[in-house]
Design a protein around this ligand. Structure first.
Ligand code: HEC
Ligand code: HEC
Length: 396
């Protein structure tokens, strides 16, 4: 009975959509519903971070996120490349920190939703991810011991209230880390195992606090949601929300363009990795993407199975069942969410494409990949269809 009513409701809703030509079918309406922000499932919980939902951790994490003292030159914070005014990214093709990187910064809203972080998924949690840039010479360029000292100097009370007393660092050198410069590495080797462990634990906790902050970042419903709501309720207001080209673009997005097969759900991402044939930034130097990341995440001392994880045995399913040698992963990158994509050019993992028109033309042509095999086939889109799809992407 209930199901019949829902079906009737869907059929009724299908009568609208006049601007874009035909009515939506029941199947299309189900797809449209799946794209609404209010369909977003509760966030997955991270078994490796027991502080992820602690308000005090999020507050501490927020301060750390914006603190440029956490860098080699005192000028770089997470916010340098993840600007809250720009959807927590930087609008550059390649990010600029202490040095310069080889990929584009990613927006952070809802970024803990997938199992893997970074374009290639070489980290398996938000907190483990946050530790990467802190010790990366091209990003914050700092080191573990200096960060622990900084926490002692500026955040001791809040840190100790949340986690545990900081280790004594009086007799230790200023800088030390297992990666880093030769001097930092030998200073690290000179520490006892217990000292190294205590410092790595402080470092991990910095990440856990930042992750708790990142988990508080959410999207507001936008024009797409207003349109979908009006369409699904058949309120008659839908045509006032999206223009005819935008509505036609939506049809292409969920139909002929097959965009929805990867850009699915309320965030328009399947959180998975795909090779879409995007050419490398530097010809002749292909980025192998996911294929090179699996070994890194398995090897990471801060992964879900590592000594600094809070996960109970059996809780790290994603890592335990990771696919190790999948040829499809050569040249594959994480499907980005398309929410608000129109506001953050340039596009793709290294900002290779300048505009949304370039992106749609890329999918229409579907060039062969230079590394691995592209999953895409040419689309044969007319100029009008290219224009419509671009208009729709602007709505997101
Ligand atoms: C120098 C610029 C820079 C700084 C500083 C920086 N990031 Fe990033 N961030 C990037 C780039 C570039 C990527 C993508 C890199 C890649 O995939 O290899 C990224 C990716 C991420 C991601 C992955 C998002 C996703 O959807 O997978 C998160 C989360 C993140 N950064 C958080 C942080 C945090 C937290 C800090 C501070 C501790 C930070 N970043 C500092 C440039 C930066
Ligand atoms: C096979 C899965 C797949 C399909 C199908 C697909 N995409 Fe993508 N999309 C991706 C992946 C993966 C990336 C990132 C690729 C990279 O950086 O190399 C991406 C990137 C994008 C970006 C850039 C976003 C950003 O932040 O840089 C846009 C815009 C986009 N796709 C739109 C579309 C449209 C429009 C369609 C349909 C014509 C489509 N996609 C079809 C997987 C897919």
């Amino acid at each position: 009975m209930k199901r019949a009513l829902i079906l009737l409701g869907l059929l009724g809703a299908g009568l609208s959509g006049a601007l874009a030509g035909e009515a939506w079918t029941a199947g299309q309406l189900a797809t449209l519903k799946s794209m609404q922000l209010n369909q977003l499932a509760p966030a997955r919980s991270d078994p490796s971070n027991r502080y992820e939902d602690t308000a005090a951790a999020a507050q501490l994490g927020k301060r750390l996120f914006f603190d440029a003292r956490l860098s080699a030159n005192g000028k770089v914070s997470c916010a340098s490349c993840h600007d809250p005014q720009r959807q927590f990214q930087d609008g550059r093709a390649l990010s600029q920190g202490v040095g310069s990187g080889t990929r584009r910064a990613m927006p952070l809203v809802e970024s803990g939703r997938g199992a893997w972080l970074f374009w290639d998924g070489r980290k398996d949690s938000l907190w483990a991810q946050a530790l990467g840039p802190l010790e990366d010479a091209a990003e914050h360029g700092g080191n573990r011991l200096a960060y622990a000292r900084l926490v002692g100097q500026y955040y001791q009370r809040d840190y100790e209230a949340l986690f545990a007393p900081l280790p004594s660092m009086q007799a230790l050198p200023a800088n030390a880390a297992p990666g880093g410069t030769a001097a930092e590495r030998s200073a690290w080797q000179a520490l006892s195992e217990a000292q190294r462990d205590a410092l790595s634990r402080v470092f991990a906790n910095i990440g856990k606090a930042i992750a708790a902050y990142e988990k508080t970042l959410h999207h507001e419903p936008g024009r797409l949601d207003a349109y979908l709501d009006a369409t699904l309720r058949n309120s008659g207001a839908a045509d006032a929300v999206l223009t005819a080209p935008e509505q036609r673009g939506l049809r292409l997005f969920i139909g002929k363009g097959e965009c929805i097969s990867c850009h699915a759900g309320p965030l328009q991402t399947d959180h998975a990795f795909h090779n879409t044939g995007v050419a490398p930034r530097v010809a002749g130097r292909p980025d192998l993407g996911r294929a090179q990341a699996v070994a890194k995440v398995l090897d990471d001392e801060f992964n879900c199975l590592g000594p600094y994880s809070d996960a109970l045995p059996g809780a790290c399913q994603e890592l335990e069942f990771i696919s190790r040698a999948d040829p499809l992963m050569v040249g594959a990158f994480k499907t980005p969410s398309l929410r608000q994509v129109g506001l953050r050019p340039p596009y793709m993992h290294a900002g290779q494409l300048a505009t949304l028109t370039d992106v749609v033309r890329h999918y229409a042509a579907a060039p062969a990949a230079l590394a691995g095999r592209s999953e895409r086939q040419p689309l044969r889109l007319s100029e009008q269809e290219v224009h419509d799809l671009v208009s729709f992407l602007g709505v997101l």
